[in-house]
Design a protein around this ligand. Sequence first.
Ligand code: ZN
Length: 500
Amino acid sequence: MSVVTPMKYDEALAKYEPVLGIETHIELGTASKMFCGCATGFGAEPNTQVCPVCLGLPGALPVTNHAAIDGIIKIGLALNCRIVEWCRFARKNYFYPDMPKNFQISQYDEPLCVDGFLEVEVDGETYRVEIERVHMEEDTGKSLHVGGATGRIHGAVHSLVDYNRAGIPLVEIVTKPITATGEKAPLVARAYATELRELVRSLGVSDVRMEQGSMRCDVNVSLMPRGAAAWGTRTETKNVNSLRSVERSVRSEIERQAGVLSAGGTITQETRHFHEDTGTTTSGRSKEEAQDYRYFPEPDLVPMAPSREWVEELRATLPELPAARRRRVQAEWDLTDAELRDVVNAGALDCIEATIAAGADAGSARKWWLNELSRRATEQGVELADLPITPEQVARVQAMVVAGELNDKLARQVFEGVLAGEGGPDDVVAARGLKVVSDDGALAAIIDQVIADNAPVADKVRAGKTAAAGALVGAVMKATRGQADAGRARDLILQKLTTP
Ligand SMILES: [Zn+2]
């Protein structure tokens, strides 16, 4: 196989226009599987959550999980889809060791939800990603290849199969071709996956954890020469399992395909694997066409015919969706677009909102979470929400700042103590002796000493140069190891030096 050098990204974009398509699989968080009563918990001992139905034993009959259909209809509604009045399951026939029935129950030409859209934002511009379909299917089991270096089948000594995942309700969300994104294509792909994850999470129907595989993206990329009318051949990078990898896989596929095309080669329609370490994709298998699967209507299940009343009942249960929520907090917290982006990108929306609910003002809540606490989360390599501090505790610290009991510097020490497991804010303040010195008697003695030590500066202030008082305030702060109330100290200094 000849190796073609990938083309530099900017050069590739100057010559070619990328067209994307994204298929996302989301495992629903139902208590039981799609067509049987088996439990669905993640991480159980292999092959302990199985039964004749999900093992495909002869004579076993599937029964549709009502809660799963609720879940997919909610996703369809949140994605602005039409929920069809009648549809069927279909058998997708193929052999794979992790699929004991030798067919997957899916939907083919009669999906449950159709023609939706999801708007995503990249660098202040809105892209409308059209949704072709949202359909219901079941997950496969999992193969574990043992003995190879990479965990892939290549080089493995033997393989094990775990059927716990077989039959877990799986929703597949398929976009229409995403065009006219130009050099923003990788960012649009990432923004779409991000927004979709937020949307599904807000519905409470899945935990959408990409690292655990409960959300997985297959990313289709093709290139067409700029100005051409016909789309190029696409590749499908399978099971991309992080948002960052979605972006990187698109970029790498654009560079690779541009290299192949400009060298006079052709793109093979195939699946590809993305490698986190190199940031590139390698060839998987040649892509099957729909006819290879010999789809036919599933004979063991009745059609689905969700009544309009049922659909409307579900619509009424939809929560505030992420886009609407962002618009609301932007107005309520008086944020610029850039400030809102910072909050969202930091994953701080929930934390800030809960801190405000606990009594802090919006500006302070945002300041603590985006600065001090974000910095510490980065240091510890955890998500903001996983820091061992609650929004109530952040609000309590801010309340002490407002009451003049803490200044910002001391507040940061309180956060440090709480994060180090020294207890709640009040415990840390007491244990570390972190109260602001605002008692006038105690301050006055310190100020007298500072004035005596800095006579030339004090003379300047006496002569009317009040700006010079800053140096004296600094000296007071130093003498109290930052625990003085700086505003009060300044007032007292000016009173002492300028009052006739
Ligand atoms: Zn089962």
